[in-house]
Design a binder for this molecule. Structure first.
Ligand code: EPS
Length: 387
């Protein structure tokens, strides 16, 4: 399975084409729109989220509520485009008009300068329009399709914010359905109510200071069978692929599985998960410090993956930069921005992880129809049961 996205943040729409989905997967716009709405929430977002009401329109590959096996195409309209028709015009516009006004002041932390140099663009809008995190809208839509697919096999996905700035939420072991319910009701997607209040206050303070905040989000995938991904080749290791997908989310700088970076401090005896066997249940682990992976393959324990998001680069408190025309130093210009998008990033991460798990699932059990995949899956589970 693969997909591509296209579209600019202030262009008319975002587009995705998803190739390789099986036929007979129940699919409508509703579960996609549910994920899109989740992505738009969260304390700390700016004015743009009040303008957009993201909904996906399926425009290919689905008929009478089910996939046909053809590529699935979907679009999400940018409501804000109406304010940008001249600036984002496909046809050339008049010299000296508003539409010709260039962005020539690269913002530290954004793709502006690297992209301008690389693509030889003297209007940095040609870079920032595409590098914008608006693109995550369609990645969430595609992930929502993957989620629909995984749900057919009892695989569930949850996400929680575990850190915003200096505030860390206390860890609690919860059944996945409770985790989903509680985080859904929280404006910062945390379980720990004390941390929630402190995070909201920290976001408000950062906003008042013209600053921004990053954080850490955790995604849990439950119900995954043993053996997705493979040890035999570097690019078939599923933890490696998930890591790539997570770090590809705008503003993400790092990823860890299970105890992650803490493994560096602990002795081996406090890192590895002991293997147990239970009659009727088969093999299991005494703990899940590995976060669901050994040898690039799923162990059958839940996947636990965390991603770190840097604070948003667009600051009301300007940082030093250099004008690309005059080469003179200036303090970066102020743009409309979010103060903290960590809760939304958690939703994005859930959905990009869902895609990678679904892709690996299709590689292992793949067939052209849901019925064929189901038969392959059941057959494999029976084989594992007899092992
Ligand atoms: C973004 C800047 C802001 C955010 C945007 C991501 O947009 P604008 O420049 O239009 O104010 O609102 O996020 C979204 C539009 C979204 O849907 O998440 C950026 O520079 O990455």
């Amino acid at each position: 399975m693969r997909y591509l996205t296209a579209g600019e943040t202030h262009g008319p729409q975002l587009t995705a084409i998803v190739e390789g989905l099986p036929s007979n997967l129940p699919l409508t716009g509703e579960p996609i729109n549910e994920q899109l709405a989740r992505r738009q929430k969260g304390h700390g977002r700016g004015k743009r989220m009040q303008i957009e009401k993201d909904t996906a329109q399926l425009v290919g590959g689905v008929r009478h509520g089910k996939t046909t096996g053809a590529p699935v195409a979907l679009v999400v309209e940018n409501k804000d485009w109406k304010a940008w028709t001249t600036v984002m015009s496909i046809e050339d516009v008049e010299e000296g008009s508003e539409g010709k006004r260039r962005v020539n002041r690269p913002r530290p932390g954004h793709a502006d300068l690297n992209g301008g140099l690389k693509y030889n663009q003297r209007d940095l809008r040609n870079i920032l329009e595409r590098s914008s995190a608006r693109e995550t809208t369609v990645r969430v839509a595609v992930g929502a399709i993957a989620r629909q697919f995984l749900a057919q096999f009892g695989i569930k996905i949850a996400g929680q914010v575990i850190r915003i700035g200096e505030i860390v939420a206390k860890r609690q072991e919860l059944p996945i359905d409770d985790l989903i319910r509680i985080t859904e009701e929280s404006p910062v997607r945390v379980v720990d109510k004390e941390a929630e209040a402190l995070m909201i206050a920290a976001i408000d303070q950062a906003k008042a200071d013209g600053d921004t905040l990053g954080g850490i989000v955790e995604v849990i995938v439950e119900g995954v069978p043993v053996g997705l991904g493979s040890h035999v080749q570097w690019d078939r290791k599923l933890d490696g692929r998930i890591a790539q997908a997570v770090v590809s989310i705008q503003a993400f700088k790092g990823v860890e599985f299970g105890i992650g970076f803490e493994a560096a401090e602990r002795r081996g005896s406090k890192v590895h998960d002991e293997i147990l066997y239970e009659e009727g249940h088969g093999f299991r682990r005494g703990s899940n410090r590995a976060g669901g992976f050994e040898g690039g393959m799923t162990t059958g324990e839940p996947i636990v993956v965390r991603g770190v998001m840097k604070p948003i680069s667009t600051l009301y408190k300007p940082l030093a930069s250099v004008d690309i025309d005059t080469k003179e130093a200036f303090s970066a210009q102020v743009e409309r921005s979010d103060t903290c998008a960590v809760p939304a990033a958690g939703v994005i991460m859930e959905n990009v992880v869902a895609w990678e798990v679904a892709r690996a699932f299709m590689e292992k059990f793949g067939g052209d129809s849901m019925e064929e995949i189901r038969a392959n899956y059941d057959n494999y589970l029976a084989q594992v049961g007899r092992y």
